[in-house]
Design a protein around this ligand. Structure first.
Ligand SMILES: *Cc1c(COP(=O)(O)O)cnc(C)c1O
Length: 453
């Protein structure tokens, strides 16, 4: 019980010489709150019979607490998992030009909604729309802050209280809470399920139209595959059908692929341009998947439909901010200049050849003097190209405590995210950016050194 009586007061710790620096950095109130939290925890410890802590220990706990509360977020980390589009790790890394564009737009004021030529109010969408229509062949385009928002806006503006036909095989859940049936319900549209889990035919759509469907919606199987006895009608047939019935055909393409993924040894993912050429009226896609830009949702297609979305009240709630638009327009410019393959990090990574990857992993092994080189697979991830992988080479570290090593790597500055394969911790060079090798090696050295202690 004595220990409890000796617990210092908040005021006592607040006036301690060592606390002065904390107050100077974080302010009196924030520091006092942190001390209160630390003391509450300390009381629990005493109750559990853990030993008495000195004032200095309590203050250093307070300092640790404050600096973690004040940490900037999100911060750069090193992705050694080989998952190119890792949703938990922020999906696509931006190109140098896109990063510079963000910095420039963030610096002071910008012409976000201002026509410099005319000296009057402008639209935040004009510039990206012009890039997007040029790139995709769409009549019009609109940007919102993510693809879920794009689909929600399209359905709300075009199909509220109307029947929307969706194949059962396409009632997908994309992770992060995006479920086609839920988004449909939120939009106020009425879902008409057609076909079966594995097969849907043109005649199913035909029948839905006869029964009053006023929009046909297609969703890309972004994160799973249906194999075996399957069927889905092609886009051309469907678009002819939709046109003859006078209803819009909407396609949630997801990945934002603008280039032919077959050029990277992957299956061909239908591109935005191809969908539009096949007669789809509106295509929705993400900015930060295979497009390789910032988080954004893009809607491209028929002008009359895009105009309905643009003037809908929901657009105001979903509109993108200036930093997103800066990064997106810089990314789209890479495609227009036909330099996306070399400038957009996602494509740089997909394009890395096995021998170069092997050489990089070999170099790590030589620098560190530990580990083995093993062949492995990098994953595309991020709701694109389900199950698809590319061959790579991994540096594999044998350890008795792989999870412990992973935790130590995560505690590095910058944090390193690796993965475990057959009880070994493996590092994939594919997703390591050119200037990150030194941090990766320093981090592995530190983590291994702690391991030996
Ligand atoms: C990823 C994805 C979404 C969600 O997009 P976000 O940009 O993450 O909101 C929706 N539909 C499909 C088909 C997707 O692949």
């Amino acid at each position: 019980m004595d220990a409890f009586r000796q617990i210092p007061s908040v005021d006592h710790l607040l006036t301690h010489a060592l606390t002065g620096e904390l107050i100077a950095s974080f302010g009196r109130e924030w520091t006092a709150n942190a001390i209160r939290d630390v003391l509450a925890e300390y009381r629990e410890e005493l109750r559990a019979g853990i030993t008495v802590a000195s004032d200095e220990t309590l203050i250093s706990r307070t300092a640790a607490r404050l600096s973690s509360q004040a940490a900037l977020f999100p911060v750069q980390i090193i992705n050694a998992t080989g998952v190119v589009l890792h949703t938990n790790l922020g999906r696509a890394p931006l190109s140098i030009q896109a990063r510079m564009a963000v910095a420039s737009a963030a610096n002071g004021y910008s012409n976000l909604e201002y026509e410099l030529g005319q000296g009057k109010r402008g639209s935040r969408n004009t510039q990206v729309e012009s890039l997007l229509t040029r790139l995709t062949g769409a009549e019009a385009a609109l940007v919102v802050n993510n693809n879920s928002g794009a689909v929600l806006l399209a359905l709300t503006a075009l199909a509220r209280r109307k029947k929307v036909a969706v194949a059962r095989s396409q009632l997908v859940e994309i992770g992060g809470g995006f479920r086609v049936p839920d988004v449909l319900r939120e939009s106020g549209a009425r879902l008409v399920e057609i076909g079966t889990t594995n097969r849907v035919h043109l005649r199913d759509y035909q029948q839905a139209l006869e029964e009053g469907a006023q929009l046909l919606m297609l969703t890309h199987h972004s994160n799973f595959k249906i194999v075996g006895f399957t069927a889905e009608p092609n886009f051309k047939e469907l678009s002819v059908l939709a046109k003859s019935a006078g209803v819009p055909l909407l396609f949630d393409q997801g990945s934002g692929a603008l280039l032919d993924t077959a050029s990277w040894g992957l299956p061909h993912e239908i591109t935005v341009q191809e969908a539009l050429q096949a007669g789809v009226d509106l295509v929705c896609f993400s900015g930060d998947k295979l497009l390789g830009g910032p988080q954004a949702g893009i809607i491209a297609g028929k002008k009359a439909l895009v105009d309905k979305l643009r003037t809908h009240a929901l657009y105001r709630a979903l509109r993108p901010d200036k930093l997103c638009l800066a990064a997106l327009s810089a990314t789209l410019l890479h495609y227009l200049k036909a330099e996306a393959e070399v400038c957009v990090p996602v494509y740089q990574m997909l394009g890395r050849q096995e021998d170069a990857l092997r050489e990089q992993a070999l170099n790590w092994q030589q620098e560190l003097g530990v580990g083995n080189l093993i062949p492995g697979r990098s994953t595309i991830g991020g709701g694109s190209l389900p199950e698809e992988t590319l061959p790579t080479w991994l540096l594999a570290l044998e350890t008795r405590g792989p999870q412990k090593l992973l935790a130590r790597l995560r505690a590095c500055q910058p944090a390193i995210i690796a993965r475990v394969e057959d009880k070994r911790v493996v590092f994939d060079p594919r997703t390591i950016l050119p200037d990150e090798d030194q941090y990766l090696l320093a981090g592995i050295r530190t983590a291994l050194a702690q391991f030996k202690e």
